[in-house]
Design a protein around this ligand. Structure first.
Ligand code: NAP
Length: 274
């Protein structure tokens, strides 16, 4: 397999960290993106030591803040003239309603606008680098979006906002795949299954206990993500949703609603360019 340049987010977390570890062993050129410089530097040193791969760079950005995402995308394009794969992994779960620097509900900002803006800002480079890939970590959400209250101003529910943000990942992927038809840039989403991580640390009550009991190590998810980003078996495959067994999954009928996808896309583009 040829050496690829891969940008990965969420690398200071469980699934992102394990994925970066596996990709580093594959001797790819990795650019690790996270918001915490100290954690990033420690991870960079650890990965270089463990894999012997010195081609590991870092970039800092707050993926809940649109200006920060645009800035890092520009930095990336100035520094590198090629991108084979963008792997969007970062996300958060918040029990209580918080606002981002842009005044958006924090899970909407981080989990949806983060990958939406980063992907769109890097799309010209991905097209120049084709064949290239986008992989975004989602979940099999069935949440229907309430466009009258997407920011949870009238009524906030953490489960609704989290589920909504993961529905947005699915919808964005299907819409983007249609937009990318005729190019050699593919885009797919991925469900890691339940994985032990800090993601649900703010989840309350018995649900947290159940999630923790059912969660496993991130190895399988990391392996599947590595394959989705690099393996030839995914050449030309786009607009799909895969699980950690690398099996194609069906997402809800609602996630395929073209009118809802377009509504979300247009609103997100407006917010990104405000
Ligand atoms: N774990 C599961 O069971 C499960 C199930 C379904 C889907 N998923 C999905 O899998 C993905 C990874 O989750 P995980 O379980 O590995 O979670 P995690 O361990 O909590 O990792 C989340 C990552 O996102 C980063 N992040 C959060 N906010 C950010 C921001 N504003 N800017 C930049 N980076 C930010 C975190 O950085 P910091 O280290 O700085 O906080 C961390 O690296 C997510 O998309 C999640 O929705 C997970």
């Amino acid at each position: 397999m040829s050496k690829k340049t891969i940008l990965i987010t969420g690398v200071t977390g469980a699934i992102g960290g394990a994925t970066a570890q596996e990709l580093a062993k594959g001797k790819h050129h990795l650019v690790l993106l996270a918001r915490n410089q100290q954690k990033l530097e420690a991870l960079q040193a650890e990965l270089i030591k463990a894999s012997g791969n010195k081609d590991i760079d870092i970039m800092v950005a707050d993926l809940s803040h649109i200006a920060s995402i645009k800035k890092v995308a520009n930095e990336f394009k100035q520094k590198y003239n090629h991108l084979d794969a963008l792997v969007n992994i970062s996300a958060i779960f918040r029990a209580n309603r918080e606002l981002s620097k842009d005044g958006l509900e924090m899970m909407f900002a981080t989990n949806h606008m983060g990958p939406f803006v980063l992907t769109n800002e890097l799309l010209d480079l991905l097209k120049k680098s084709e064949p290239s890939r986008i992989v975004t970590v989602a979940a099999p959400s069935t949440t229907k979006l309430n466009f009258d209250d997407l920011q949870g101003e009238k009524k906030y529910s953490s489960m609704y906002s989290f589920g909504g943000s993961k529905m947005m990942n699915l919808m964005t992927n299907y819409m983007l795949a249609k937009k990318l038809e005729g190019t050699k840039v593919t885009t797919n989403t991925f469900h890691p299954g339940l994985v032990k991580s800090d993601l649900v640390k703010e989840m309350k009550g018995p649900l947290k206990l159940i999630v923790n009991m059912m969660s496993t190590k991130p190895d399988k998810a990391a392996h599947a993500l590595t394959e989705l980003a690099t393996s030839e078996k995914y050449n030309g495959i786009s607009g799909k949703f895969f699980d950690f067994k690398q099996k194609e999954k069906k997402s809800s009928a609602y996630s395929h609603d073209a009118a809802m996808q377009e509504k979300l896309w247009n609103l997100s583009t407006e917010l990104a360019n405000k």
